[in-house]
Design a protein around this ligand. Structure first.
Ligand SMILES: [Zn+2]
Ligand SMILES: [Zn+2]
Length: 123
Protein backbone atom coordinates (compact mmCIF):
# COMPACT_ATOMS: atom_id res chain seq x y z
CA UNK A 1 0.00 0.00 0.00
CA UNK A 2 1.47 3.32 -1.01
CA UNK A 3 -0.98 5.56 0.75
CA UNK A 4 -2.90 6.04 3.97
CA UNK A 5 -6.66 6.26 4.10
CA UNK A 6 -8.97 7.51 6.78
CA UNK A 7 -12.45 8.63 7.68
CA UNK A 8 -14.28 10.49 10.42
CA UNK A 9 -16.62 8.98 13.00
CA UNK A 10 -19.81 9.49 10.97
CA UNK A 11 -18.17 8.38 7.73
CA UNK A 12 -19.06 11.60 5.95
CA UNK A 13 -15.43 12.61 5.45
CA UNK A 14 -13.00 10.33 3.66
CA UNK A 15 -9.43 11.21 2.82
CA UNK A 16 -6.21 9.72 1.57
CA UNK A 17 -2.59 10.69 2.06
CA UNK A 18 0.43 9.61 0.09
CA UNK A 19 3.34 7.97 1.89
CA UNK A 20 5.90 8.41 3.25
CA UNK A 21 5.12 9.59 6.76
CA UNK A 22 8.05 11.78 7.81
CA UNK A 23 7.25 11.14 11.47
CA UNK A 24 4.35 10.35 13.76
CA UNK A 25 3.83 12.00 17.12
CA UNK A 26 1.80 12.22 20.28
CA UNK A 27 1.36 15.89 21.14
CA UNK A 28 0.47 16.60 24.77
CA UNK A 29 0.05 20.36 24.40
CA UNK A 30 -3.00 21.72 26.17
CA UNK A 31 -4.64 22.70 22.88
CA UNK A 32 -4.44 19.12 21.60
CA UNK A 33 -5.78 17.86 24.93
CA UNK A 34 -8.73 20.22 24.71
CA UNK A 35 -9.50 19.54 21.09
CA UNK A 36 -9.20 15.77 21.32
CA UNK A 37 -10.67 15.51 24.82
CA UNK A 38 -7.80 13.14 25.48
CA UNK A 39 -4.25 12.97 26.77
CA UNK A 40 -2.77 13.82 23.40
CA UNK A 41 -3.35 14.51 19.77
CA UNK A 42 -1.73 11.75 17.72
CA UNK A 43 -0.62 12.57 14.22
CA UNK A 44 1.23 11.37 11.15
CA UNK A 45 3.11 14.13 9.35
CA UNK A 46 2.80 13.85 5.57
CA UNK A 47 3.23 16.02 2.49
CA UNK A 48 0.19 18.22 1.95
CA UNK A 49 0.58 17.74 -1.82
CA UNK A 50 -0.35 14.08 -1.35
CA UNK A 51 -3.30 14.75 0.93
CA UNK A 52 -6.76 14.73 -0.59
CA UNK A 53 -10.29 14.85 0.79
CA UNK A 54 -12.09 12.27 -1.30
CA UNK A 55 -15.53 12.78 0.21
CA UNK A 56 -17.22 15.29 2.49
CA UNK A 57 -14.94 18.32 2.06
CA UNK A 58 -17.99 20.50 2.78
CA UNK A 59 -18.22 18.91 6.26
CA UNK A 60 -14.76 20.06 7.32
CA UNK A 61 -14.45 23.11 9.51
CA UNK A 62 -11.04 24.54 10.30
CA UNK A 63 -10.67 25.98 13.76
CA UNK A 64 -8.04 28.72 14.00
CA UNK A 65 -6.31 27.69 17.25
CA UNK A 66 -3.34 30.07 17.01
CA UNK A 67 -1.76 32.51 14.58
CA UNK A 68 -0.51 29.66 12.42
CA UNK A 69 -2.47 26.64 13.66
CA UNK A 70 -5.46 25.26 11.80
CA UNK A 71 -7.37 22.26 13.16
CA UNK A 72 -9.69 20.52 10.72
CA UNK A 73 -12.63 18.54 12.05
CA UNK A 74 -15.91 17.10 10.81
CA UNK A 75 -18.72 19.40 11.84
CA UNK A 76 -21.21 16.53 11.77
CA UNK A 77 -19.49 14.16 14.21
CA UNK A 78 -16.68 16.29 15.68
CA UNK A 79 -13.88 13.94 14.63
CA UNK A 80 -10.50 15.66 14.34
CA UNK A 81 -9.01 15.04 10.93
CA UNK A 82 -5.86 17.12 10.65
CA UNK A 83 -3.66 19.84 12.03
CA UNK A 84 -1.68 22.17 9.81
CA UNK A 85 0.46 25.26 10.16
CA UNK A 86 0.28 28.18 7.79
CA UNK A 87 4.04 28.53 8.37
CA UNK A 88 4.71 25.18 6.68
CA UNK A 89 2.00 24.76 4.06
CA UNK A 90 3.88 21.88 2.44
CA UNK A 91 3.14 19.59 5.44
CA UNK A 92 -0.04 18.39 7.13
CA UNK A 93 -0.51 16.26 10.23
CA UNK A 94 -3.35 13.75 9.96
CA UNK A 95 -4.85 12.14 13.04
CA UNK A 96 -3.70 8.57 13.68
CA UNK A 97 -7.06 7.59 15.17
CA UNK A 98 -8.98 8.27 11.94
CA UNK A 99 -6.77 6.03 9.80
CA UNK A 100 -8.20 2.85 8.31
CA UNK A 101 -6.71 0.37 8.57
CA UNK A 102 -5.06 1.13 11.91
CA UNK A 103 -1.76 2.96 11.66
CA UNK A 104 1.04 0.38 11.62
CA UNK A 105 4.07 2.65 11.70
CA UNK A 106 6.16 3.74 14.67
CA UNK A 107 5.48 6.90 16.68
CA UNK A 108 8.86 8.60 16.89
CA UNK A 109 8.07 11.78 18.76
CA UNK A 110 6.36 12.92 21.91
CA UNK A 111 5.75 16.67 21.93
CA UNK A 112 5.08 19.02 24.84
CA UNK A 113 5.71 16.25 27.37
CA UNK A 114 5.83 18.94 30.09
CA UNK A 115 2.04 19.09 29.75
CA UNK A 116 1.58 15.27 29.77
CA UNK A 117 -1.28 14.58 32.20
CA UNK A 118 -0.58 12.71 35.42
CA UNK A 119 -3.65 10.53 34.87
CA UNK A 120 -2.07 8.69 31.94
CA UNK A 121 -1.33 5.06 32.85
CA UNK A 122 2.35 4.42 33.44
CA UNK A 123 4.01 1.54 31.64
ZN1 LIG B 1 -18.01 13.00 10.51
ZN1 LIG C 1 -0.53 19.75 20.37
Amino acid sequence: MNQLQGSCLCGGVRYRAALPVSHASHCYCTMCQKQHGAAAGSYANVASAGFAIEQGAHLITEYVSSDEGRRGFCRECGANIFWRSTRSPDRIAITLGTLEPEYAGPVQRELHTDAKPAWLPHA
